[in-house]
Design a protein around this ligand. Sequence first.
Ligand code: SF4
Length: 492
Amino acid sequence: MTDSLARSLRDPATFTLTYELVPGQGAGGKKIDSLLEFARLASRDGRIRALSITDNAGGHPALAPVAIGSEIRNIGLEPLIHFSLKDKNRNQIESHLFLYQRQGFHNLLVLGGDFPKPTWHGQARPVFDLDTIQTISLIHELVREYAFALPFHCGCVVSPFKMTEAEQVWQYAKLMKKIRAGAGFIITQVGFVMEKYAELIRFLRQIQKTEQKGNIPVMASVFIPAPGVARFMAGGGVPGVVLPQDLARKMAAEGKKERLIRAARMTAQLRAMGYDGVHLGGNNLCFADIAFVLDQAESMFAKGTIEPEADDAGHRLWFLYTRDGACKPLHPGTRPGLFRLHSLAHHLLFSKKTAVSRLFGRFCRFCDRFRFSRRLFTLAERIIKEILFDCRMCGDCTLAESSFLCPQSGCPKRLVNGPCGGSTRGRCEVFPDRTCFYVRVYRRLDPKTSLQGLGMAGILPPKDWGLERTSSWINFFKGRDHTAQGDKKGKT
Ligand code: SF4
């Protein structure tokens, strides 16, 4: 049983099925009993390969996934633990990884997670110390360093369901980085538009060909919402999930059986499309409902008579490919702002090749020698960069990597390697009245930027918070920041 999920995903002849369990608040009660009953029945049925367990889903505190995970394993099924980064700093991440290794949990789904929601005495402080790419890299580094008996099998998430070019291009570019960092499998965001599921498969085949990479298994999320939840999703209530209003209305008028048959149809279609499996989920479902979906899907797939699922909202999403399969021309850099001016200033001061840069470097190093001059210099930097970039003085400047917009003040999750999946219509998940930070970055990029170029760009290492409130200019010339240390700067 120990690595049956990995084996199943790697086997091209097997269509892998997983199901998502969502523990709530509290350590027991009816909800937990029903999750465990689901696990017992799924284990007896034998078609579900693993049960995934969410980690403080929706930004609310809940029973830790490891608690349910142990019980599921005792029942005889493999747990897939959601490893969400909103509540953990890098020490806590390592500590959890040691715990999971010790307890034999090695299937992890690494995701950023929804922004924390108000709870006891208000809202918890969001952490997001590492992003998904950095966490996947850390996991591989720990596996190497500690020679774990059973290496982690870590997956990542991508959304092919974006409404604007900038959001979609970033999703695919970030996926390329996650694969480079070592993601072992992919699960899509919840979606309802079949053409977009097909687009992801085409994109993966394309990058496999151009990057000469092996096949990375990909599972599609198939979610069966209760009518109320469908309305909530259609109203944008779940970050990053796009459910067309007309489909939500249709679902509200349907009975449960019709909704289950839709899920079966989607499952059969996704299998025919080339997905390696589906990740099922839903509200108010018992195992009998899921068994019905699986029976129907198997019979539709075997007969080869799969009625296509209606793509009602396809036209509202942004497609990477044209109808004839060609990659669409991209339009980054439509609102460059002061990008060229900042770029030129950056080159003059920080390239280390120009006379001005060498002189500035010497001055920075000189100021660093005395406490007084260092403090005066740091104050000057703070005033200039606060006015120009709303700088938060993190001490390790990544302005040049994000079109001269500051991710520390511009992105509520302070992500440095690309956006999360929570934006909708180009708007930020946390502050919907604002444009997503990475949409703004995209609008300023060099118009010649390609998706390939974005996906192959360097992966920024985590911030060294020991540099906070120090001068990033001095740190740059003294070789203390990411530009000098980059990937060499490993764990402690
Ligand atoms: S030093 Fe840090 S906080 Fe300041 S502009 Fe650069 S990235 Fe933003």
